[in-house]
Design a protein around this ligand. Structure first.
Ligand code: SF4
Length: 468
């Protein structure tokens, strides 16, 4: 989906002789969460040296066999980055590393610290020197300014200063730590991997699909507002005593709508099931007389299955997606209408000709891609095109770790649904309601979701971020 871009993936493992290779696989499984840079830090078993390899690009390109062989040790953390704050520079590639009073520390972050700029300014005024431009570096400086040698205490005190979204995986010379903000915006799970000698490695990951790939079992989520760590004495957990901590959570509903892999379990619910449920809710809310339901692949697939099941309309693959597209391709010198979309999505006229088609996608940001998709479907002979979105209109930007266009570029922020329908060229257009979306993710069984980009109701102070 052009517009809302994935945030970051984090991974950590403790007590596994193949720690860096498991981290590589964990990052590979979570490539969809960040494609600009990747990094792994391992802990050498010599009392605490951190070994680091980072690079710009995809996981498969950043590491060679030699790199992984060099990242020795039975503990490691890793990160895939999509820049939410800070430019795409190697200085911003994570995990970030530093040497503190307590020894070496490496940190990988998913989220966005909303008061990061204010904290950064205050730290610079007090003499801190920053290497990159991302908000995560602020945390290292908060740790370095603390006079305590107890890193858990330092992290708990740093958490008191931070507002916004953070799921952290942190490694020191003697422990692996996870820390999640009290509102629990971004996912973070704890897993366990059985080793051949009968022992178990502790695993941390943004998404459960990373556990699946390395043969680890899901134990539980790291709770919102929890600091968890594992060391030679075993696993430990404490609550962060964050000022003004609320009982409610603000899990990012967009994880279910779009970001997470459908084979992951996020915030306790299968993403695939949540998306199918969104399709079912959509069919109940916006039924239309038609001959078939087709998804915009792959994003609309589970919701289209749900819509088809609920409405009784047959499900067809009316558009075939080319899976072998690199990040760039050379355009023909003569411009071909809709070429950019057509190289990825090819409508089948044998399926679509003369038919009334319900087209399902997960969300609509600027509307330009949907417009091209509808043109292609009509060109393939469809008689009617009824466009259905398995989420509500996106009316606001995200300040919690998702790269979003400015509000002015979100079509739903300035146009009515009727105007958007005309713009994209649909016979009818309907969105899932916010209530329908929250029902689909079983929000009533949780302590709450953030849906601010759909409702404009932000769960924290914005520290001026909305005016940027
Ligand atoms: S604003 Fe939207 S994308 Fe950002 S955390 Fe909230 S629901 Fe997720």
């Amino acid at each position: 989906m052009p517009g809302f871009r994935d945030e970051c993936a984090i991974f950590g493992i403790w007590g596994d002789p193949e720690a860096s290779r498991m981290t590589y696989l964990g990052l590979y499984a979570q490539q969809h969460r960040g494609q600009e840079s990747s990094g792994i830090v391992s802990l050498k078993e010599d009392g605490g040296t951190h070994l680091v390899h980072k690079g710009l690009g995809l996981v498969g390109d950043v590491y060679t066999e030699e790199h992984l062989s060099g990242l020795v040790g039975s503990a490691a953390i890793g990160h895939n980055r999509y820049s939410t704050t800070g430019a795409n520079l190697i200085a911003n590639a994570q995990p970030l590393t530093a040497n503190l009073r307590s020894g070496p520390v490496a940190i990988a972050h998913n989220g966005n610290i909303i008061n990061g700029s204010q904290l950064r300014e205050a730290l610079i005024t007090r003499g801190s020197i920053f290497q990159g431009s991302n908000d995560t570096e602020v945390v290292l400086h908060l740790l370095s300014r603390n006079s305590s040698a107890d890193v858990i205490r330092c992290l708990k005190e740093a958490a008191n200063e931070l507002v916004g979204a953070y799921s952290f995986v942190i490694m020191t010379h003697d422990r692996l730590i996870a820390m999640r903000d009290p509102l629990g915006f971004r996912p973070l799970v704890l897993g366990s991997r059985k080793l051949e000698d009968g022992s178990s490695a502790t695993v941390l990951a943004s998404e459960t699909c990373a556990l699946d790939l390395i043969g680890a079992d899901l134990v539980r989520e790291i709770e919102p507002g929890e600091i968890f760590w594992v060391d030679k004495d075993g696993q430990h957990s404490e609550r962060l005593a964050v000022k003004g901590e609320k009982a409610a959570t603000a899990h990012c509903v967009f994880e279910h709508v779009y970001f997470s892999r459908p084979d992951s379990v996020v915030f306790g619910k299968s993403v695939y099931e949540a998306r199918k449920s969104m399709g079912r809710e959509l069919a109940r809310e916006s039924a239309v007389d038609a001959d078939m339901v087709i998804p915009v692949p792959d994003s609309g697939l589970p919701a289209a299955l749900g819509y088809s099941g609920e409405s009784g309309l047959p499900f067809e693959l009316g558009i075939i997606r080319n899976h072998y597209i690199g990040r760039t391709f050379i355009q023909p010198s003569q411009s071909i209408r809709s070429f950019g979309v057509k190289i990825k999505l090819n409508p089948q006229s044998k399926v679509l000709a003369g038919k009334r088609v319900v087209v399902i996608d997960d969300s609509l940001v600027r509307g330009t891609t949907s417009q091209k998709v509808i043109q292609l479907i009509r060109h393939a002979g469809a008689k009617e095109v009824h466009f259905r979105l398995a989420s509500p209109p996106t009316v606001g930007s995200c300040f919690y770790g998702v790269d979003t266009p400015h509000r002015s570029q979100l079509i739903a922020a300035s146009k009515s649904i009727e105007e958007i329908g005309k713009f994209i060229g649909a016979d009818t257009l309907a969105y899932l309601s916010p209530d329908g979306m929250l029902r689909a993710v079983d929000a009533s069984k949780t302590r709450g979701f953030c849906a601010a980009c759909f409702t404009g109701k932000y769960p924290t102070e914005l520290f001026g971020a909305d005016r940027e």
